[in-house]
Design a protein around this ligand. Structure first.
Ligand code: TXA
Ligand code: MG
Length: 322
């Protein structure tokens, strides 16, 4: 069922049900963070391994207090600057936070989304809400209510439709579980903006922590069709007899336009490209192609998050250091 009734959605959450909801980044699969059985259903529906912890969404500082023990000064600065918005911070959790939410880790990932429907839902439900992206584990995140409907449809009690997501890539995750802040996932807030406020941030997960942030698994955010990066126009002849399509960053006036192609942003604007990314890959993925050839994008601003997702989609990622 798909509608706009936030009140009804909040009732479903209170009763331990599942609601897919829009955020400014991607659609989330929501359940009350303090109802472990409801949270277990989220894992089940996503077919997500239980060792992969969830992000908890809050609407205000009262919600936050239910979740975390303390907020280091650098984390506080980032929250003041970027909340509500596409920033997730990993902080030491309170004992009351169910272990199923955090996969037994001593930390919890928290974010305050900017989408008015998401905020309203959390407020009316009266409790923080877990919200992994509303897609089967390993596949691309949904950026419209239709994407959720296609993939999780009947298994979700309600899908709130807020239209296409404005940002289009998931939140930036910064961990404060060690002394120094660490980037666990590039996302909707550019790293440059974060570093301009708190200085240098370490990159990537610690090796021993590796499976704790499977958004960092090499192959993730992946369509069914193999995605290739690092190709050159000269090699295209070699794909004769194969069905190929292109995921292009900017408008091209070359022969590439005689193939199925998606252009992420005619002008080469990174924000527009991020907002279009997952829908464009989904459209190419529905064409039954043998390969999607993706153009590389400059890794500044949102380009870092876009290239991270493309590398994972192409499984050319080296794994831990993004
Ligand atoms: O933009 C977003 O963040 C979206 C929207 C719906 O809010 N949510 C999202 O959630 O992307 P999900 O579950 O698809 O990705 C959460 C990532 C996973 O890679 C998970 O491993 C990591 O956050 N994570 C969650 N809790 C963590 C923790 N305590 N320590 C380290 N990583 C954590
Ligand atoms: Mg996800």
């Amino acid at each position: 069922m798909k509608n706009n009734d936030v009140q009804q959605a909040a009732e479903i959450i209170k009763r331990g049900g599942l609601v897919a909801f829009p955020t400014e980044t991607v659609y989330g699969l929501g359940a009350d963070a303090f109802q472990p059985i409801a949270v277990a259903r989220v894992f089940e529906v996503k077919r997500r391994p239980f060792f992969d912890p969830l992000i908890v969404h809050v609407a205000d500082s009262e919600d936050l207090e239910k979740l975390v023990i303390e907020i280091p000064p650098h984390a506080r600065k980032l929250m003041e600057q970027f909340w509500p918005g596409p920033l997730t911070v990993v902080l030491l959790k309170k004992e009351e936070v169910p272990d199923i939410v955090t996969a037994g880790l001593p930390t919890v990932a928290v974010r305050m989304p900017r989408h008015p429907i998401a905020i309203k839902l959390i407020e009316l439900a009266g409790s923080p809400i877990v919200g992994p992206s509303a897609n089967p584990f390993g596949y691309l995140s949904p950026t419209t209510a239709e994407h959720v409907q296609e993939q999780l449809g009947r298994q979700v009690d309600l899908i709130l439709d807020g239209g296409p997501c404005e940002v289009g890539v998931e939140s930036t995750i910064i961990s404060f579980s060690e002394k120094e802040p660490r980037l666990l996932r590039p996302g909707g807030i550019p790293l440059e903006e974060i570093e301009s406020i708190i200085g240098r941030v370490k990159m990537g997960g610690r090796i021993e922590e590796k499976p704790s942030a499977p958004g960092m698994f090499p192959r993730h955010y992946a369509p069914r069709t193999p995605v290739l990066l690092d190709w050159s126009e000269k090699e295209i002849d070699g794909y004769r007899g194969k069905k190929i399509g292109f995921l292009l960053f900017k408008e091209q006036n070359s022969f590439l336009t005689s193939y199925p192609a998606e252009v992420l942003s005619k002008k080469g604007d990174l924000r527009e490209a991020a907002a279009n990314l997952f829908s464009a890959i989904r459209r190419l993925d529905s064409l039954d192609l043998d390969f999607i050839l993706a153009e590389s994008i400059p890794e500044t601003g949102l380009g870092l998050a876009i290239m991270d997702r493309l590398r994972r989609a192409s499984s050319q990622a080296t794994g831990s250091k993004q």
